[in-house]
Design a protein around this ligand. Structure first.
Ligand code: DX5
Ligand code: ZN
Length: 218
């Protein structure tokens, strides 16, 4: 069986205290920190950019997993690599030349991820399997935390696991992961679970213990 990693998303963290929040989830058992970058163009929300990633990097002891919900992407890849991203995921839907964008990410010495929205089928990543280290399956429509898990994506995860076979590619699940849906996606073949609202609910920088309880529950 596959070891499951939890990647709390700071989209649901205290926006006035990102450094302290990253330290808190690291101390409470988070393996990765998922950083949701949004540009208000590819998705209907705006969060933060490379400067925030660089600022929180020293406060993250594990993997900084940067999820770019931006379009176009190529102009910003170097800035996120310089900011210290360990993984950079780009959306297949963000442009016409995503194979090239993935090559650029790897050329920058960063692990490359492709992210697919709920409407996008897995045949769309068939010719990317030798270019990626991770596939992020969106189980909500990107832009916001706290949304409901889209159940139709479970079958997609199962098919993806079969397609990937023995290749060293992570299947990351992003959106609506809770104590109810986590076992479903793990059984379907996922190994990295993003969770924002489910991890940060009930806690704060001053009282981070619930973060650990939430992470262990998932
Ligand atoms: C949504 C982001 C997700 C989101 C997950 O566009 O990509 O990472 O923060 O939040 P929850 O876990 O609350 O659904
Ligand atoms: Zn995300």
């Amino acid at each position: 069986s596959r070891a499951i990693k939890i990647a709390p998303s700071i989209l649901s963290a205290d926006f006035a205290n990102f450094g302290a929040e990253c330290q808190a989830i690291g101390a409470q058992g988070a393996d990765w920190v998922h950083v949701d970058v949004m540009d208000g163009h590819f998705v209907p929300n705006i969060t933060f950019g490379p400067a925030t990633c660089a600022a929180i990097r020293p406060h993250i002891k594990g993997v900084m997993d940067v999820h770019l919900m931006i379009a176009p992407v190529d102009a910003y890849l170097e800035a996120f690599a310089k900011a210290g991203a360990d993984v950079i995921s780009v959306h297949l839907e963000a442009g016409a030349h995503m194979h090239r964008s993935l090559q650029t990410i790897r050329a920058l010495g960063v692990k490359a991820g492709i992210c697919i929205n709920p409407a996008t089928g897995i045949e769309s990543v068939e010719y990317l399997l030798d270019q990626i280290d991770l596939i992020n399956v969106m189980t909500v429509n990107p832009g916001f935390g706290g949304q409901k898990f889209i159940m139709s994506q479970l079958e997609k995860v199962r098919r993806l696991r079969a397609l990937i076979g023995e290749r060293p590619i992570h299947i990351e699940i992003d959106g609506g992961v809770t104590i109810e849906t986590a076992p479903l996606v793990a059984a379907a073949g996922a190994d990295v679970l993003v969770a924002g609202s489910a991890v940060f609910s009930g806690g704060s920088v001053a009282n981070p213990a619930p973060y650990g309880e939430n992470i262990r529950a998932i």
